[in-house]
Design a protein around this ligand. Structure first.
Ligand SMILES: [Zn+2]
Length: 435
């Protein structure tokens, strides 16, 4: 249908190019009807992904940003629609770095019950709501880190968004994720083989095959669990050997893809770093030495502060009333150490553990745990775009990039919670929310 609608326009463009070639004219000027829709956005200030600018305007033509800068220096297309955003900050759409669209909050249904008892149909239906909530909250790109037992449903959701069937962010997906045999949940009576929340694979041949298979089924990245709670008495312990992790990275890299490691132990992090992963998620066990290794190799840390915060509350911690549990105190300390050592910090909250659309919760905690507010905004935009290798398309307010833009009331560099007051959401030049 879309192709058919585009047909006549493409034909007329081709005719004009042909006429231009015949006439020996170098530049082709299309008639107004064939030109793309133009919009000029006039906010109080623009955060371009790195710094704040007062008095900037941004021009959008078709699905791209075509100009951004001081109003005086920009010639606005004559037919452009003007959108005034008084008192508001325009910034790149947020890039959530660690989501699970196929999970919903654990205080509604436990992770195990979701994986074992919810049908693929129900989980996919929920995911449709989750991606809409994310987009409306200003998230225009999302790296989704494993379907947790819902097969390849992430590939279907991604395709539906791209075809315009449902609204949602641009999706970077990892399909089923890879775990070492016997290390992941759910577990039960040993006589029974329960369906797992990720795909089991071990050793060179098996890991080569499974990595390739997940890529073939749509994985944009490979997610691997470098450790998990399979240690004595359920403690977290490294799973794959360093050599196994290297195998996964080698196969993924051969296709041009990155690997993200779930790692919360010191040794799990060390092996993942040595193997060459792109980001380490959780990272609770990071020491000064481990963090220095990450800095040296440019590996980003997705701290998932909000996941621990939510799980502690589900476990009975009355935040603001009770003293902080040891888990939260340790997380504050390790995050502060990562900042001190200078680890690139990714924005990724493990959303799905807590409600989809509440992505700002992680950003608020990053500020609360000691990160500079402008650095947090950078992490959520240009930072993540760089770590994920997509900064040639999204993450900054810069001509040539997709017009993935949001406007919020107030100045989020003064108060990060301003990001909760989203007034405009534009993705690829199309407005999804406007207040
Ligand atoms: Zn996760």
């Amino acid at each position: 249908m879309k192709t058919m609608l585009n047909g006549p326009e493409n034909l007329s463009r081709r005719c004009y190019r042909l006429l231009a070639i015949i006439a020996g004219v170098a530049a082709v000027v299309l008639p107004a009807a064939a030109q793309e829709r133009a919009t000029v956005l006039r906010p109080a200030r623009v955060f371009d992904g790195d710094t704040m600018h007062e008095g900037w305007i941004v021009v959008v033509e078709g699905d791209r940003i075509t100009a951004a800068g001081p109003a005086a220096g920009i010639s606005v297309p004559a037919a452009a629609e003007s959108i005034d955003l008084p008192g508001q900050t325009l910034l790149p759409g947020l890039i959530e770095g660690h989501s699970h669209i196929l999970l919903h909050p654990y205080n509604e249904t436990s992770w195990t019950d979701q994986v074992l008892n919810e049908s693929l149909g129900e989980r996919t239906a929920r995911a449709v709501n989750h991606v809409r909530a994310s987009l409306m909250a200003g998230v225009t790109t999302m790296r989704d880190l494993g379907t947790e037992g819902a097969g390849y449903a992430d590939a279907g959701i991604k395709a539906a968004i791209e075809k315009g069937v449902i609204p949602g962010p641009r999706m970077i997906i990892t399909s089923r994720a890879i775990v070492a045999t016997g290390t992941y949940n759910p577990t039960g009576a040993p006589e029974f083989t329960l369906p797992k929340g990720a795909e089991e694979a071990d050793g060179y041949d098996d890991l080569v095959r499974v990595t390739r298979d997940q890529i073939g089924r749509g994985a944009d990245w490979i997610k691997v669990y470098a450790d998990y709670r399979w240690g004595v008495d359920g403690t977290a312990a490294p799973t794959f050997t360093e050599r196994e992790l290297r195998t996964i990275v080698e196969v993924a890299a051969s296709s041009g893809r990155y690997v993200v490691a779930h790692a919360s132990t010191t040794e799990g992090m060390r092996r993942a770093i040595e193997a060459g992963v792109r980001t380490i998620d959780h990272g609770d066990g990071g020491t000064r030495e481990i963090f220095a290794m990450m800095v040296a190799r440019g590996i980003a840390l997705c701290p998932t502060l909000a996941a621990g915060d939510a799980i502690s509350q589900y476990g009975g911690w009355r935040k603001g009333i009770d003293p902080e549990p040891a888990r939260i105190r340790r997380k504050r300390e390790s995050f502060a150490l990562a900042l001190e050592v200078g680890v690139p910090i990714c924005f990724g909250g493990d959303i799905g553990v807590y409600p989809h659309g509440d992505n700002v919760r992680e950003l608020e905690l990053m500020v609360d745990y000691g990160m500079d507010t402008t650095d947090v905004l950078h992490a959520a935009t240009a930072g993540n775009a760089g770590y994920f290798g997509i900064n040639d398309r999204v993450g900054s307010v810069r001509p040539g990039l997709y017009a993935d833009l949001i406007a919020v009331d107030g100045d989020p560099t003064a108060d990060i919670s301003a990001l909760r007051d989203v007034r405009l959401v534009m993705k690829g030049g199309e407005i999804y929310r406007r207040q």
